[in-house]
Design a protein around this ligand. Structure first.
Ligand SMILES: C[S@@+](CC[C@H](N)C(=O)[O-])C[C@H]1O[C@@H](n2cnc3c(N)ncnc32)[C@H](O)[C@@H]1O
Length: 355
């Protein structure tokens, strides 16, 4: 067989990559067009965005500035429009910016969202590769009121260093928003795949260490931890998704505190995937973090606490909240699947003028 023929019969890596990518996209689409994801939108994203919207309105603005990884159907954008949280001017969404790493999906989104600003880029590069023109453009769009980082992948993929690029990007963004020209509140909605078999073990070890340090430092933390989970190793091995839903908000809370924000975590949810079930089963985790800027206090108003003490107190409150608050297993919640499916269909059917 001639060389060129041999190349044709061996699996063409580009075709294989495309096939794998398309099958992943189909799987993701099933996820985000289904009723369970709609539950997350309605019971976590909408109320969190409404709370932020109230703050924004008190500041004299009518609508949210919203950054999103919206995918081609942009169901979150449709829902927020319906809830009057974001504005459309008939040609696009002046206060929305979207980001998408797949060119074919980007083209579909760009077409349906009209003149809305979009980035064909990986979110991590947009934030971290600051010498790139796209990244400069992204920074010129800051700040937003809500960043919906609805990732399809893991927070600590095996191929990344333990302090993954995703983590680095989010922390860098929070640091940036703590600089004097911003210093105002915002929310981050985070969604990750929790799939321990494909995550970086060293990163997990470090997260575990982060919990252990606290266990040593503070009596109440140890008591609360033991009361709820008994042992960090057991939690990690038996409920990895719950381990992440404890350690990630805690980690972002400590980075938020370092940047000058009071961080709360009003919603934490998880649900099993893929649907319909097939091996390997894993969970998707979703949580909301609200960042509110802690102002410098004038000396005369200062009671007993310095700004640093206020931040530390807020962080302790976050930790207490993470132990007390229930985590929603969406698969166990009784809700009308047909109704939620119907709602997604109705959002998808919105005409151009309504959307
Ligand atoms: C789960 S979907 C978004 C669904 C949407 N938020 C909704 O409510 O229906 C995530 C989208 O973001 C894209 N995406 C995932 N990770 C990304 C990243 N790191 N950078 C850019 N786009 C990403 C995916 O290709 C997909 O189109």
């Amino acid at each position: 067989m001639a060389d060129h023929q041999r190349n044709e019969t061996a699996e063409d890596p580009r075709l294989r990559d495309r096939r794998l990518r398309e099958s992943k996209q189909r799987e993701h689409k099933q996820d985000y067009t289904g009723p369970v994801k709609q539950f997350v939108r309605k019971h976590a994203w909408v109320p969190a965005a409404q709370s932020r919207h109230e703050i924004v309105r008190d500041e004299g603005r009518e609508h949210l500035r919203y950054f999103t990884l919206c995918a081609e159907e942009a169901i979150d954008v449709r829902l927020f429009r319906k809830e009057k949280l974001v504005e459309s001017d008939g040609r696009g969404y002046p206060d929305i910016v979207f980001c998408e790493h797949f060119p074919d999906q980007y083209a579909v989104i760009a077409e349906s969202l009209g003149r809305t600003r979009g980035f064909l880029a990986d979110f991590k590069s947009l934030v971290l590769d600051r010498n790139e023109p796209k990244s400069e453009d992204f920074y010129s769009e800051l700040p937003f009121d809500v960043y919906n980082l609805d990732f399809t992948g893991m927070c600590f993929p095996r191929g990344d260093p333990p302090f993954s690029r995703t983590l680095d990007a989010i922390v860098s963004l929070v640091d940036e928003l703590g600089k004097p020209r911003y210093q105002k509140g915002f929310d981050i909605f985070l969604t990750f795949r929790a799939d321990r078999s494909n995550e970086n073990e060293e990163a997990i070890k470090q997260l575990k260490g982060h919990v252990r340090e606290n266990k040593r430092e503070r009596d109440w933390f140890r008591n609360a931890f033991v009361e709820r989970y008994e042992d960090v190793g057991r939690l990690l091995d038996s409920k990895y998704h719950e381990f992440l839903l404890l350690t990630l908000p805690k980690l972002f809370g400590s980075f938020g505190m370092d940047a000058g924000f009071r961080v709360t975590c009003p919603y934490r949810l998880y649900y099993q995937r893929p649907n319909p079930p097939s091996r390997p089963l894993f969970y998707m985790i979703s949580f909301v973090l609200s960042f509110d800027w802690v102002k410098e206090r004038r000396k005369s108003l200062q009671r007993l606490c310095s700004r640093q003490e206020i931040l530390l107190h807020a962080y302790t409150k976050l930790l207490q909240q993470l132990f007390k608050q229930d985590i929603t297993n969406v698969n166990k919640v009784q809700f009308d699947y047909d109704l939620y499916e119907q709602e997604v269909k109705e959002l998808l059917a919105l005409s151009d003028e309504e959307f």
